[in-house]
Design a protein around this ligand. Structure first.
Ligand code: AMP
Length: 112
């Protein structure tokens, strides 16, 4: 079953795309929780962080590095937060792994 994010990758539904390469796609979150809030997703459909394998280690690093690079490009050099929700208890709603990047406001701890 395709998720929403596979449909965004395949351009079947629109998104405000920031960056794309052969491995990842980044786009603005539809319900931003900060002045900057975008998602970095792998093109490979991995359901949850629990499904990552040894073979995905390079891809996981690429997602993180893409998040950092785009955060800086979007003016978050003073600080930003990355979040990956895993499964129901972790607050995941879309079952295609994604890294949230939030910036340009003060973050607080603990998160909700
Ligand atoms: P999570 O709750 O961690 O699974 O995050 C899913 C995120 O996807 C939420 O922040 C949603 O606002 C976001 N989202 C859902 N649908 C879309 C969409 N069509 N375009 C962009 N972001 C979306």
């Amino acid at each position: 079953m395709d998720t929403l994010f596979t449909k965004i990758i395949n351009r079947e539904i629109p998104a405000k795309i920031i960056y794309e390469d052969d491995q990842v796609l980044a786009f603005h979150d539809i319900a931003p929780q900060a002045p900057v809030h975008f998602l970095v997703i792998p093109k490979k459909p991995i359901r949850t962080l629990n499904d990552l394998t040894e073979a995905d280690k390079g891809l996981a690093g690429h997602i993180l590095f893409t998040a950092q690079r785009l955060a800086l490009e979007l003016g978050c050099e003073e600080g930003f937060r990355v979040v990956m929700n895993c499964n129901e208890l972790g607050g995941q709603t879309v079952y295609h792994i994604h890294m949230h990047v939030l910036g340009q406001r003060q973050m607080h701890w603990p998160p909700g």
